[in-house]
Design a protein around this ligand. Structure first.
Ligand code: SAH
Length: 476
């Protein structure tokens, strides 16, 4: 019987898609059903159908998968943030590992890779001789309240009330402030203080449709190692009226170290403005990853899960195999987070990043840590690296890359292959482009030695991964 829009049907969830939807099949026709878990038997309602596949909505779970749990967050289905809230954390980790593993084999055609059993991680060096080893994912000990940063939109309710919370999935409708369980507990208190200030002073939230009103977003950040809190209000204007009333309320929250605002009068989806003005504090908060110190201003990029970032970078540092004699390139270095980590063990670290402000932060952070063996360049990795190599002939011993989702430019990979460093360490947030780039390097004399995923974003489908490659014949 043919299924039409809004028809209900029963289907078993056999697999999960990359974006976290459950996949069910009926006579070869494929259904994508959000909020379901592999192993569920569900009743679904057809929404949109193409020739060979369609999308359906979960109506009810008829027989839950052993991996299904009740979502901890009451907004799990409406909010677009978490895709895997109904899946046991352990099952999420397997899902992520399998996704990366399959991409490495299918897209990268990486040969000789074998999976280490759980618990074998400690003595994983056994795999060095023949092919590479895919180590167990580094999961979080406590996969809640791990995010050090959040951006909350403000808006107006139909009755004129001030709304603040999260956008419902793929819309700009604001779900009134629920306590997001990935964020810090202080978020709620801070948002209440901002709302109280607005109610007291008559400052209005921004209305996207009319372009009127002032407060657009609140950026909140916390240094987990220091306890320092930062609040930056993004406003549709150039000044914040009666700011002292806001400062007074926010300062009563323990740890408050930096209060500022950022003017953004454009009609755009970009959250932050281009500049900030300080209302209280030095304009930044301080945090540590391991023993490296960082100053973070409202516009700086900074990893959102510091505990897992540390484990990821320690793995990258381990894979770089530094003895103190090496020259290392850190490509796509951002604010130099990895560069400074590497500089603790390398002779010299050279960092490249396309965003000039990030390089300013990187230089400041290097000075802050008293590191004089790092040098930063503004530009495209695929241009700076070849130009520097041609000009100086300096060959790197190790190259570390941490590109955005689209992966490395071919010119960048070509130059790496020509420079022939002993080791390449690839940090990736997208296993499809990672697999493609590893495939390229494997065709140019490199071998994948170790692969290790790191869960930085529990309850979402995202997964970070770090890979160690070695040149096959080091003297060749
Ligand atoms: N390694 C950093 C940031 C990695 S995110 C950290 O861990 O903090 C990727 C970075 O690559 C971003 O900062 C982005 O601005 C930068 N980027 C994007 N395209 C680039 C290019 N072609 N060349 C150099 N940097 C680039």
């Amino acid at each position: 019987m043919e299924i039409r829009k809004n028809d209900h049907f029963t289907v078993e969830i056999e697999d999960m898609s990359e974006d976290g939807s459950g996949i069910g099949k009926q006579n070869g026709y494929i259904w994508f059903i959000k909020d379901t878990v592999k192993g569920d038997l569900v009743e679904a309602s057809a929404m949109k159908m193409k020739k060979s596949y369609g999308f359906a909505r979960l109506v009810q779970v008829l027989r839950p998968s052993p991996d299904r749990i009740p979502p901890a967050c009451p907004a799990a289905r409406r909010c677009g943030g978490c895709q895997l809230q109904a899946m046991r954390y352990e099952a999420q980790l397997r899902f992520k590992e399998d996704k990366v593993w399959n991409n490495l084999l299918r897209i990268g055609k990486i040969e000789g890779l074998r999976r280490a059993e759980d618990g074998a991680a400690a003595k994983a060096d056994g795999g060095e001789a023949s092919g590479g080893v895919f180590l167990p994912i580094m999961g979080m000990e406590h996969p809640w309240r791990y995010r050090n940063k959040a951006q909350f939109p403000f808006g107006e309710g139909k009755d004129g009330s001030i709304l603040c919370g999260f956008y419902a999935g793929r819309t700009h409708d604001i779900i009134e402030q629920e306590d997001c369980l990935l964020g810090i507990e202080e978020n709620r208190q801070i948002l209440d203080a901002i709302k109280a200030y607005m109610e007291e002073t008559g400052v209005r939230p921004y209305n996207e449709k009319t372009g009127k009103g002032l407060v657009r977003h609140a950026l909140i950040r916390k240094g987990f190692a220091t306890g320092e809190l930062m609040v930056c209000l993004v406003i549709n204007g150039t000044r914040l009226p009666k700011a002292e009333a806001l400062i007074r309320r926010l300062r009563s929250i323990p740890g408050m170290a930096s209060i500022s605002f950022s003017p953004n009068q454009e009609n755009t989806n970009v959250i932050m403005g281009k500049t900030t003005e300080d209302l209280y504090g030095p304009g930044y908060i301080t945090d540590f990853i391991g023993t490296v110190k960082y100053q973070i201003s409202p516009l700086s990029f900074y990893q959102v899960n510091p505990a897992q970032t540390r484990r990821l970078y320690e793995t990258a540092l381990d894979y770089a195999g530094l003895t103190g004699r090496e020259t290392v390139w850190d490509l796509y270095c951002g604010i130099g987070t990895i560069s400074l980590f590497l500089a603790q063990k390398a002779k010299k670290v050279l960092g490249v990043e396309i965003v000039p402000q990030a390089i300013e932060d990187a230089r400041r952070n290097a000075a802050l840590n008293g590191m004089d063996n790092v040098e930063f360049f503004v530009g495209r990795a695929e241009e700076v690296l070849p130009a520097h190599y041609e000009k100086t002939g300096v060959r790197a011993d190790v190259v570390v890359v941490d590109p955005p989702r689209k992966g490395c430019d071919t010119r960048c990979l070509e130059t790496i292959a020509a420079m022939a460093p002993d080791r390449v360490v690839y940090v990736s947030c997208d296993s499809a482009t990672l697999a493609r780039d590893l495939g390229y390097l494997c065709g140019r004399g490199y071998e994948v030695k170790k692969v290790r995923c790191c869960d930085m974003f529990g309850w979402t489908v995202h997964c970070e991964c770090v890979v160690k490659l070695e040149r096959e014949e080091k003297n060749g």
